[in-house]
Design a protein around this ligand. Structure first.
Ligand SMILES: Nc1ncnc2c1ncn2[C@@H]1O[C@H](COP(=O)(O)OP(=O)(O)OP(=O)(O)O)[C@@H](O)[C@H]1O
Ligand SMILES: [Mg+2]
Length: 390
């Protein structure tokens, strides 16, 4: 089916359908409306950097630079000069004056301090001084005039920064200055409903990049990927999908095409009951879909009643609708497929709209029906069009 209005995503778009990702997106929107400092926390690979970039991109100063400083990647001796600049001759390799990275963002741009939890006590003290009054003093310029900068500071860490404060590895006064708006991005294992959407997104994107057709995942492969814990979060998933796309053999991707780190992890059996409930279970979707399409049971007594009794998540609902839509391509035929009487058509459409299953979320058209598990175009991509029934 046609992917009407599907926006191609950029590297820095957030993909995800979970409540957690919606919350993050709403925090990003709030943060981008002000110039307040933002601290983004979360495990490695959850998307802290793309969150920082999204804030900048949506801010009123989006046209100004965003300067990233990886506080862990630069030796302490160089970090000071990187941040604040230096004057010629201030140390052995300082052959000329150099403007610091903070100054590159001056005038309202953003400084993104990545891995801020790794800063040495000395650098923490220097950064604190800068955050207090915006003044910088290039290395070797002691006693000279100080420049006052206007930059917005976003920082990120995968440490529990408060624990570092308690263990006195991180200054509490610096912590409070950085932590004005807090955005916490949960690990992927705590928002499993995003996995399918991310799989679809990266399968499509990498296939386009590498000029191959979008590979299909065998059902057991998909199940394993959905149940896997993803300790490296979205970065790991992205890398795995790229490898699968590039190394693909003929046919669909079988279970043993998966990397050993995924095959080796016991999965389904290890999921707690809570996680099982929270995760999108393809079997529930399969079952209800078959009840309607093969046993001709009405939508109202199957999907609707389970959903209203809260035994079916919104994500499940979306998957079912998306599967049906994928088969039919329009709402009239979808209603028929789901055994909705013509007189109930309006009610059916209203129900879908109320629960975010209408045309605002575009369907994953390239996934075959049995693979379909994300069900919806991720919120980040949803075209913000008014509801229209086909
Ligand atoms: N929700 C998402 N949608 C799409 N891509 C994502 C998402 N989250 C992360 N990514 C991608 O995953 C990779 C890792 O993301 P990012 O660099 O932002 O993580 P991070 O939290 O900063 O990790 P680290 O702590 O290791 O620096 C990037 O390629 C990013 O584009
Ligand atoms: Mg990062």
């Amino acid at each position: 089916m046609a992917l009407m209005g599907r926006r191609m995503t950029t590297e820095s778009s957030f993909i995800g359908i979970s409540e957690a990702i919606q919350r993050v997106e709403s925090d990003i929107r709030d943060a981008s409306r002000s110039d307040a400092r933002v601290l983004i926390t979360g495990e490695s690979g959850v998307g802290k950097e793309i969150a920082a970039r999204s804030i900048h991109r949506s801010s009123r100063n989006a046209q100004l630079p965003i300067v990233t400083i990886n506080c862990a990647g630069i030796p302490d001796s160089l970090l000071e000069s990187e941040l604040f600049g230096h004057v010629r001759g201030s140390f052995t390799d300082a052959y000329s004056d150099r403007v610091g990275l903070l100054e590159h963002a001056n005038g309202g741009g953003t400084v993104f301090l990545d891995e801020v939890g790794e800063m040495s006590p000395r650098m923490q003290a220097l950064l604190l001084r800068f955050l207090e009054n915006g003044e910088i003093q290039p290395v070797g310029a002691a006693g000279g005039p100080r420049t006052c900068l206007n930059v917005r500071v976003i920082s990120a860490t995968n440490r529990d920064l408060w624990k570092s404060v308690e263990s006195r590895d991180f200054r509490d006064d610096l912590y409070y200055r950085l932590n004005v708006i807090r955005i916490d991005i949960p690990p992927l294992r705590e928002r499993r409903e995003d996995v399918a959407a991310l799989l679809h997104h990266f399968l499509t994107d990498f296939s386009a990049q590498h000029h191959v057709t979008v590979p299909e995942l065998a059902p057991e492969t998909l199940t394993r990927l959905l149940e896997y814990d993803w300790p490296g979060n979205v970065r790991q998933l992205k890398n795995v999908v790229e490898r699968l796309t590039v190394r693909r053999r003929a046919g669909s991707i079988a279970l043993d095409d998966l990397p050993v780190e995924i095959l080796g992890t016991p999965s389904a059996g290890d999921l707690t009951r809570r996680e099982r409930r929270a995760s999108p279970l393809p079997s529930v979707v399969e079952l209800l879909f078959a009840q309607m399409t093969q046993q001709h049971e009405p939508f109202w007594t199957t999907v609707y009643s389970l959903f209203m009794a809260r035994d079916l998540t919104r994500s499940d609902l979306r998957q079912i609708v998306a599967r049906g839509f994928q088969q039919t391509g329009n709402y009239k035929a979808l209603a028929q497929l789901f055994n909705v009487a013509p007189g109930e058509y309006r009610r059916f459409l209203n129900f879908l709209r109320t629960h975010g299953c209408d045309v605002r979320f575009q369907l994953i058209g390239t996934m075959s029906a049995h693979q379909f598990s994300g069900g919806a175009q991720p919120y980040a991509q949803a075209a913000d069009r008014p509801y229209q029934a086909s």
